[in-house]
Design a protein around this ligand. Structure first.
Ligand code: PLP
Length: 413
C-alpha cells in the first residue's frame, strides 16, 4: 500500500504540533474498508472501536461514499439562509425512519445535546410555565454527553471538568439506574426534562436494569417532564435494535442522534421531536452554519438506508451474542484476567483485572494491536469491543481467535 508518511513520523508530527488532548494507542491509520483498517506500512487490523460507534456501516461504505462524492460535485453548503433541495428530503427521511414529526440537524453529538437542552428549557418555559431562569434538567451520574462548557457542567468525571469552570447551573444529578431518586425530583415544578443514555457508553457500557427506561419514561410522563434519550452512541443499530430504547418500547419525547448518522463520513447529528416541542424554537433563535448542509443530508439518507437494507441491527444482535458467548468462555478460562463481560448487540465491555506485574487493560490493548485487532480501554480497566456492524461470521471468528491468542500470552507471560 502506498503512503507518503511512516507511522513513526505521523506520530511525531501529532506529538509536536497537536494539542495533547487525547492519548491514542500507538497505531497510525491510513486506510479503512468495512471492518478493516490499515497502517501506512500496510499492516491490517480489525477495528473493534469503530470510531466510538460512528462507523457502524463499516469504513468507507461504497454506497455512502458514492452519495458523498455525487453530492460534493453538486452543492455542499448553502447555510440556512436559503432552502436547499436536500434538507427537506433528508428531514422527511429521518423523521419517518424514526417515527417523529420533526428533525433539527446539527453536526457533532455535543451540539445535538445542546440543542436538546435548549428545546427542553424552551418547552419548559412556554408549555409548562416554569418561571424564567429556573428550568432544570435531571441527569444521571457518570453520564457522557460531550465536551462543551454547558455539557461538562453536569459531568461527574473530574477529567472532564477540572479547571474548566465556572459551571452552568440548572442541572440535578441523580444516580444512574435509580428510579427512586428520579421520582423524588420529578415533582419539583421547575424540572423540564430528564436526559439519559439508554446504556452509558463512555462510563463503560453500563446497562440499566430491565424496565428502568420504561418506568423512567412513565414517571416523566406522569410529572409532565420530557424524557430525552441521548442515543448518539447506542443508536442506529449498534445495540441490536435501531435504538437502544426499542428494547423497552420507549419512544423518547426528544431523541438525540449523531455518529453513525453519517456512517462516520462527516459530522452529522440530529434532534428529533414532535411539533409540541420542536416548534417552540422560532426563526433566528438557534442554528448552525453547517447544520443540515446538503452534503450531510445526502450522506445521512444513504447511511440510514444502508442500516436498513443490510439489516445491520439483526447482524449486530447475532454477532454480539456470539462475541459475548465466546468472551464468557474466555472469562471462565482466564479468571485472573477477565472479571466481567457485558453488552448488548455489538456494544460490549470486558473488564480486565490488573496483573501482578502492573500490566493493565492498556497493555492488553497494545498486545491486541500487535496481533491485529484495535480496541481501546476506558476508565483504565474496561475494554470496549464494538466492531462495525457489517462484520461477518467469519470475520468475527477470526477476531475471536486473535483475542483468544492474545489473552493466552497476556495471562501467562
Ligand atoms: N453523547 C454520547 C452518548 C456520546 O457517547 C458522545 C460521544 O462519545 C457524545 C454525546 C458527543 O458526541 P461528539 O463527540 O460528536 O460531540
Amino acid at each position: 500500500m502506498m503512503s507518503t508518511i511512516s507511522s513513526q513520523d505521523a506520530i511525531a508530527l501529532e506529538e509536536k504540533y497537536g494539542a495533547h488532548n487525547y492519548h491514542p494507542l500507538p497505531v497510525v491509520l491510513a486506510k479503512g474498508s468495512g471492518v478493516h483498517v490499515w497502517d501506512p506500512e500496510g499492516k491490517r487490523y480489525f477495528d473493534f472501536l469503530s470510531a466510538y460507534s460512528a462507523v457502524n456501516q463499516g469504513h468507507c461504505h461504497p454506497r455512502i461514499i458514492q452519495a458523498l462524492t455525487e453530492q460534493a460535485q453538486q452543492l455542499t453548503l448553502t447555510s440556512r439562509a436559503f432552502y436547499s433541495v436536500k434538507l427537506g428530503e433528508c428531514e422527511k427521511f429521518i423523521a419517518e425512519f424514526f417515527g417523529y414529526e420533526r428533525v433539527l440537524m446539527m453536526n457533532s453529538g455535543a451540539e445535538a445535546v445542546e440543542t436538546a437542552i435548549k428545546l427542553a428549557r424552551r418547552w419548559g418555559y412556554v408549555k409548562k410555565n416554569i418561571p424564567d431562569q429556573q428550568a432544570t434538567i435531571i441527569v444521571a451520574s457518570e453520564n457522557f454527553h460531550g465536551r462543551t462548557t454547558g455539557i461538562i457542567s453536569f459531568s461527574s468525571d473530574p477529567d472532564s471538568t477540572r479547571n474548566f469552570g465556572p459551571y452552568m447551573p440548572g442541572y440535578i444529578t441523580i444516580p444512574y439506574n435509580n428510579l427512586q431518586a428520579l421520582e423524588e425530583h420529578l415533582s419539583n415544578p421547575a424540572i423540564c426534562a430528564f436526559l439519559v443514555e439508554p446504556i452509558q457508553g463512555e462510563a463503560g457500557i453500563k446497562i440499566p436494569d430491565e424496565g428502568y427506561l420504561k418506568k423512567a419514561y412513565e414517571l416523566c410522563r406522569k410529572h409532565q417532564v420530557l424524557f430525552i434519550a441521548d442515543e448518539v452512541q447506542t443508536g442506529i443499530a449498534r445495540t441490536g435494535k435501531l435504538l437502544a430504547c426499542n428494547y423497552e418500547d420507549v419512544r423518547p419525547d426528544v431523541l438525540i442522534l449523531g455518529k453513525a448518522l453519517s456512517g462516520g463520513v462527516l459530522p452529522v447529528s440530529a434532534v428529533l421531536a414532535d411539533d409540541e416541542v420542536m416548534l417552540t424554537i422560532k426563526p433566528g433563535e438557534h442554528g448552525s452554519t453547517f447544520g443540515g448542509n446538503p452534503l450531510a443530508c445526502a450522506v445521512a439518507i444513504e447511511a440510514l438506508s444502508v442500516v436498513r437494507d443490510e439489516k445491520l441491527a439483526a447482524n449486530a444482535q447475532l454477532m454480539g451474542d456470539k462475541f459475548r458467548t465466546a468472551l464468557s468462555e474466555l472469562k471462565a478460562r482466564y479468571p485472573q484476567t477477565i472479571s466481567a463481560v457485558r453488552g448488548r448487540g455489538l456494544l460490549n465491555a470486558v473488564e480486565i483485572l490488573p496483573q501482578e506485574d502492573g500490566r493493565t487493560a492498556w497493555d492488553l490493548c497494545v498486545a491486541l494491536k500487535d496481533m491485529g485487532l484495535l480496541a481501546k480501554p476506558t476508565h483504565g480497566h474496561i475494554i470496549r469491543f464494538a466492531p462495525p456492524l457489517v462484520i461477518t461470521d467469519e470475520q468475527m471468528a477470526q477476531s475471536l481467535q486473535i483475542i483468544e491468542r492474545t489473552l493466552e500470552t497476556y495471562t501467562t507471560s
